[in-house]
Write a protein that binds this ligand. Structure first.
Ligand code: SF4
Length: 428
């Protein structure tokens, strides 16, 4: 009898098959941020790092794979180094979906995912939470968290989310501003708010609108938007991810030349994941492809399309930390630094600023000790560089870094790039 240890099943699984090409070089483990802070034993079985997350369920079963799979922060660093080009991030998502079918997540996660998938209920709960938590305040709320979560100051939902001011509105381009772009003049952009920024950091959305207008764009905010479905896609809940993706596609099919969001992770999900998510449904796949072709994240739009002129120095030093998927998926890590320099900021280089901050969506909740160790490395590097202003782009990462810095008493202010650009550009 030939003992194949699950390899025949791996070959028969279209999503996992490529993993059989692995040459065991361990490069994907070396660059994996959770692996770097907890080592291979936390991955549970003989193959650790990203490849172990894909293969463990074939060698040892779904229940053995569930825990290690929840460690992945979705930074895509593994795919950027694999010498045989195994599509590890896509395989990890497929493994999570397969495992979730037989091993439902914890009940708090199930409740959160169910709530997040119902826009009206989500809205009502977010507004109630904003009212109830406002008198408590973020720092007192931190003291009420379980000890494993107290290393960060939580962000509270805004009493007035960005949607209250913006949904269904249209904003004319600025009359004059230093970055007026000939390439964009007369064009309309549809803005996707991004649910975290909408509820937890509405100023980021406001500043994004200001910068887009200052580049000569008319900004349209489609009314029926909610969440892109990324939390569900990342959690293996493909049914709800598909439902939210369809709703997002329909909401963004408005008369606009481009679609943009300051949530880089959502832009990447729309532009890179939606089409595959709609597999088996050609009509929705075509709609997903059309949306993907005109969707940009905020940073990429400005860097690729606007080509802004340089403004006078503002005499202010700022560190730039790109979203990890910008580095590993889009391959344009310096885009934000270029924009900051053009806007007159002095950009300070900080070691490892292209490594994931440890947010990873649900990872920071499910594995707070792992997330904490990763973010501490980022904060230590910032402290050593002597810089106190940090610019970043993805709202989840911004809140994660600021919350950790605040709780650690580290005097670092984390800004969305849009906020620093709005300060430099907006002249009315
Ligand atoms: S980097 Fe690629 S080849 Fe190397 S161990 Fe990971 S999956 Fe295998």
């Amino acid at each position: 009898m030939l003992l194949d240890n699950g390899r025949t099943a791996m070959w028969q699984d279209r999503d996992a098959r490529d993993a059989l090409r692995c040459i065991r070089c361990a490069a994907c483990a070396d660059v994996c941020p959770p692996y770097q802070v907890v080592g291979g034993h936390a991955f549970g079985y003989i193959y650790s790092g990203a490849i172990g997350l894909v293969t463990t369920r074939f060698h040892h079963g779904d229940s053995a794979a569930a825990g290690p799979l929840s460690l992945c922060v979705s930074c895509h660093a593994c795919a950027s180094v694999c010498p045989v080009e195994i599509p590890l991030p896509r395989q990890i998502l497929a493994a999570r979906a397969a495992v979730a079918r037989g091993q439902p997540p914890s009940w708090p996660k199930r409740v959160a995912l169910a709530l997040w998938a119902h826009p009206r209920l989500f809205d009502a709960v977010a507004r109630l939470a904003a009212l109830a938590l406002a008198p408590v305040g973020p720092r007192r709320l931190r003291a009420l968290l379980p000890p494993s979560q107290r290393w960060r100051t939580p962000s509270l939902p805004a009493r007035r989310p960005a949607r209250d001011r913006l949904l269904g509105q249209s904003f004319a381009p600025a009359r004059r501003a230093p970055w007026m772009s000939a390439a964009l003049r007369g064009k309309t952009v549809a803005l996707f708010l991004q649910c975290l920024a909408d509820r937890l950091a509405p100023a980021v959305v406001r500043d994004t609108v200001r910068v887009l207008r200052a580049c000569g764009l008319r900004v349209l905010v489609p009314p029926r938007q909610h969440c892109c479905g990324l939390p569900h896609l990342d959690s293996g809940d493909r049914e709800r991810a598909r439902r939210l993706a369809r709703a997002t596609i329909a909401a963004l099919e408005v008369e606009a030349d481009l679609v943009v969001t300051a949530g880089t992770s959502c832009a990447i999900a729309i532009a890179h994941d939606y089409e595959a998510l709609m597999e088996g449904d050609p009509a929705w796949q075509a709609r997903a492809a059309r949306l993907a072709a005109r969707t940009f994240d905020f940073v990429e739009l400005l860097d690729r399309v606007v080509d802004p002129p340089a403004l006078p120095s503002r005499g202010r030093r700022v560190a730039w930390r790109p979203f990890c998927q910008r580095v590993n998926v889009l391959g344009r890590p310096d885009a934000g630094a270029r924009l900051l320099e053009r806007a007159g900021y002095e950009v300070v280089e900080v070691p490892e600023s292209d490594v994931c901050c440890g947010f990873g969506g649900a990872v920071s909740i499910e594995h707070p000790e792992v997330s904490h160790r990763i973010v501490l490395r980022a904060l230590d590097n910032l402290k050593a560089s002597g810089v106190t202003d940090l610019a970043t782009e993805n709202p989840g990462c911004l809140l994660h870094l600021q919350g950790a810095a605040d709780a650690a008493g580290t005097p670092i202010k984390v800004h969305h790039l849009a906020t620093l650009l709005a300060d430099a550009l907006w002249i009315g």
